[in-house]
Design a protein around this ligand. Structure first.
Ligand SMILES: Cc1cc2nc3c(=O)[nH]c(=O)nc-3n(C[C@H](O)[C@H](O)[C@H](O)COP(=O)(O)OP(=O)(O)OC[C@H]3O[C@@H](n4cnc5c(N)ncnc54)[C@H](O)[C@@H]3O)c2cc1C
Length: 346
């Protein structure tokens, strides 16, 4: 039996690499609190990158306009001096109070942290791919059915095969176009309308007209298997006709949906799926567990990035009182404090 990897010792674990989780790292860093960040998504930015990477934001103080991706890039640059490890594509699942008053935090991917404080910046929950709901198909996950896939790495393996792509967003359209050159592709989406960049939709229409791939407006209603292999999908079209689509691989690109998941089971006070916090410290009812950004609630709460930044600032001061109880933490300005300059490397 392989030994479990040793626990990562750190002052703080931040759940969520959305804008607020990222700025939390900055504020913790100014308080000399080392943090590790975990996010279920493969890249940082939370809703800003997942839901509106190219759209403008106009209400970040001092930045008249920037896109969701630009804000994320700026935050990453701002926290760079603190070199906080980002553990992406992993979900925090377990929280246990340690005997020393700290916490043990574990992830689905097998990471194990021991920390003094936990900051939950989990937004609307861990983003996970929306599942294709066909009873029993989960048995083929990772072999023939893929809710997460990397075209760059996997496309060659599907060459010459029958591939069904399910979905109508940018990811589904890009996958269908890319694979149409090398595989027999059927794109399946609820309706003949795609939520992808106009140039890609135009290209898709052109290639459908030329017969490079097939499209069915409808929904997967069943599947066929033989000898332990998935053979075909059944699709019910919008006129209620059934189609059998041979399928060696099924790529599911139905978008992402957030799930609060295990955080709801940690015994923390919740109000309509949000963590109740005290507005002096942004601590939950549990000493050492803070909640900032869209995940928290308190009288007057507004789900805005700016408000999350304020919350993260006060949470960091309160966390400093727990991590460095021996030190008074007077307010210092980044403009003039030699200590903060040293921490920032400026
Ligand atoms: C279309 C749109 C436009 C918007 N425009 C604006 C605007 O103009 N101005 C503004 O101020 N706000 C805007 N908002 C709101 C803003 O995006 C949110 O307030 C902000 O993203 C909240 O940041 P957050 O860091 O708290 O959470 P999120 O951005 O939701 O990030 C939370 C992260 O935590 C991760 N996570 C959750 N649970 C776990 C777990 N157990 N393990 C690992 N990872 C986990 C999630 O995957 C996610 O990446 C907009 C929102 C939308 C949808």
């Amino acid at each position: 039996v392989a030994a479990a990897p040793p626990a990562i010792e750190t002052d703080a674990v931040v759940i969520g690499a959305g804008p607020v989780g990222l700025f939390q790292v900055f504020q913790l860093g100014l308080q000399e609190i080392r943090a590790h960040v975990v996010d279920s998504l493969p890249r940082p930015g939370g809703q800003c990158v997942e839901l509106y990477a190219d759209k403008p934001i106009y209400d970040i103080p001092g930045i008249p306009v920037c896109t969701g991706q630009e804000l994320t890039d700026r935050l990453l640059k701002q926290i760079a001096p603190f070199s906080a490890p980002l553990h992406l594509g992993d979900v925090v699942t377990q929280l246990v109070r340690g005997s020393d008053g700290g916490f043990e935090v574990s992830t689905r991917g097998g990471l194990h942290f021991r920390c003094r404080v936990l900051v939950i910046a989990a937004g609307v929950g861990a983003f996970a791919p929306r599942a294709l709901k066909l009873a029993g198909i989960e048995g083929f996950e990772g072999r023939q059915v893929f809710h997460r896939f990397d075209l760059h790495a996997q496309a060659a393996g599907w060459a010459g095969q029958d591939v069904a792509v399910i979905g109508g967003g940018a990811c589904a359209v890009a996958a269908a176009l890319r694979l149409a050159d090398s595989a027999r592709v059927t794109l399946v989406h609820r309706r003949d309308d795609f939520d992808a960049p106009p140039a890609e939709v135009a290209q898709l229409r052109q290639r459908l007209a030329g017969g490079a791939l097939r499209f069915i407006a409808g929904q997967a209603s069943g599947f066929e298997e033989a000898d332990g292999r998935l053979r075909a999908l059944t699709v019910l079209d919008t006129d209620s006709h059934e189609h059998r689509i041979p399928a060696d691989a099924v790529l599911v690109a139905l978008g992402l949906s957030p799930k609060l998941g295990p955080i709801a089971d940690w015994g923390l006070a919740l109000d309509r799926k949000q963590l109740v916090v005290d507005t002096e410290t942004f601590q939950t009812g549990e000493r050492g567990i803070f909640a900032v950004g869209d995940i928290n609630t308190y009288p007057g709460k507004k789900k805005l990035i700016l408000c999350g930044f304020h919350e993260a600032t006060l949470a960091a001061f309160a966390a400093a009182a727990l991590v460095h109880p021996e030190r008074a933490a007077p307010l210092q300005y980044t403009t003039t404090s030699p200590k903060l300059h040293r921490l920032l490397g400026v």
